[in-house]
Structure formats: C-alpha cells, structure tokens
Design a protein around this ligand. Structure first.
Ligand code: GDP
Ligand code: FE
Ligand code: FE
Length: 196
C-alpha cells in the first residue's frame, strides 16, 4: 500500500473502530490486508479492495431495531425483516456504510452486500469474490481446512468461492440452522458453472 492509500484509509479506520469491538475491528483490518493480497493476484484495484475489506462488517454490532429501521428507511424489501444479523449486517449493512461513512462507490457497496452469502458467478465481480474470500481466509481464521482453502484460492479465486459456499452450507445444515435462499442459489450457480 502506498502512503497515499494508507492516508485515505486512516479516516475510515477511525470511524469503523468507533462502531466495533476491538476483536471485530481487528478482523476488519486483517480482511483488508488479505483483500489487498487477493486483489494483487487477481488484477483488482488495491485501494478499492482495502477499503471494502475494512468496512465490510461495519454494521455487524448494530441492534436488530437499528436494522429494522434501516430496512424501512432505505425501502429495502420488507421480507428481509424475518432474517437476522448474519444476513442483515451485509445486505442492510451496506446502507449504513453509504449513509454514515459516505461511501457511494456501487462496487464497494455490492461487495459488502454479497460478503456473507456470495452470489451467482455472473453476478459477482472480481472485487466481490476478493472480499468474500478475504473474509473467509484472513490470517486470524483457524478452521479445519483453512490452509487447503487458502491454497485453492491462490490457484483459482472461483474455486475458492465454491469451496466456501459448499463448506458454509454444510456447516449451517449440520447445525440445523436456517439458510438464506441466496446462499443456496449461489452454490447451485457456481456448481453448474464449475461443472460439479
Ligand atoms: P463474519 O461477519 O466475519 O463473522 O462472517 P460472515 O459475514 O461471512 O458470516 C456471518 C455468519 O453468517 C456466519 O456465522 C455464517 O456461518 C453465517 N451465514 C452465512 N450464510 C448464511 C445463511 O445463508 N444463513 C444463515 N442463517 N447464516 C449464514
Ligand atoms: Fe460479515
Ligand atoms: Fe467479516
């Protein structure tokens, strides 16, 4: 990162830190760093990747009441209200980033919206894939298979996306948790695309 890029990020770092616990803020810094690494490997604008990574979980610690209010205010579909923080902090979180941090770049806002569920292979830009994978692979992550997922993603960003979708789906099902339809759709779309 150039000094100029670091300076541009500094303002946002303060604002993100003010809204998150130390633990969550440090995760955001690591996602930003990992996103820069993947951006360089995949020809993505490093500045955009660093910023999207930094702010991706900006709204993670907001209350349910805050999310419900924002869904109305931003005129998002009311059907979103039956979900919870795991889905809201990305899809609705992008609205907080836009309104409170003043980040209007649609590419960054889309990467935030898709960072938990992913999206279809044509829907996801390279930046979206970079943020989706940086969140999963940042250096503080330590789950069985993380090293395999890191090396697969170094070889092919798309294979990494599919690995994460498959493993997150089976993890959620093993815990008998509700699964957001977009996560299923993304999995099916990538499976067809990769001819699984
Ligand atoms: P984090 O915000 O850095 O913790 O990571 P994510 O934004 O990727 O995920 C937040 C949580 O949402 C994780 O516990 C995921 O397992 C969970 N998650 C991912 N997809 C779905 C889904 O389709 N439905 C539900 N209920 N949870 C999901
Ligand atoms: Fe998240
Ligand atoms: Fe995250």
């Amino acid at each position: 990162m150039t000094a100029e890029n670091e300076q541009a990020l500094a303002v946002y770092k303060e604002k993100v830190a003010a809204h998150l616990s130390k633990h969550r803020y440090e995760h955001c810094l690591r996602v930003s760093d990992y996103a820069v690494k993947l951006a360089k490997q995949n020809g993505v604008d490093v500045k955009e990747a660093a910023l999207a990574g930094l702010v991706h979980d900006y709204a993670k610690e907001r209350s349910a009441a805050d999310f419900l209010e924002k869904i109305d205010q931003a005129k998002l579909p009311a059907s979103l209200k039956k979900w919870g923080n795991p889905i809201w902090h990305g899809v609705v979180g992008a609205e907080f980033v836009k309104d409170e941090l003043g980040i209007k770049d649609p590419a960054i806002l889309q990467a935030i919206r898709l960072h938990t569920t992913g999206g279809g292979h044509e829907e996801m830009t390279t930046l979206d894939k970079v943020i989706f994978m940086a969140d999963y692979l940042e250096t503080g992550r330590d789950f069985p298979g993380v090293e395999e997922a890191r090396s697969l993603t170094d070889q092919s960003l798309g294979q990494g996306v599919f690995y994460q979708l498959a493993h997150t789906l089976s993890y959620l099902a093993s815990k008998e948790q509700v699964i957001y339809p977009k996560t299923f759709d993304a999995y099916n779309d990538w499976a067809a695309y990769l001819q699984k």
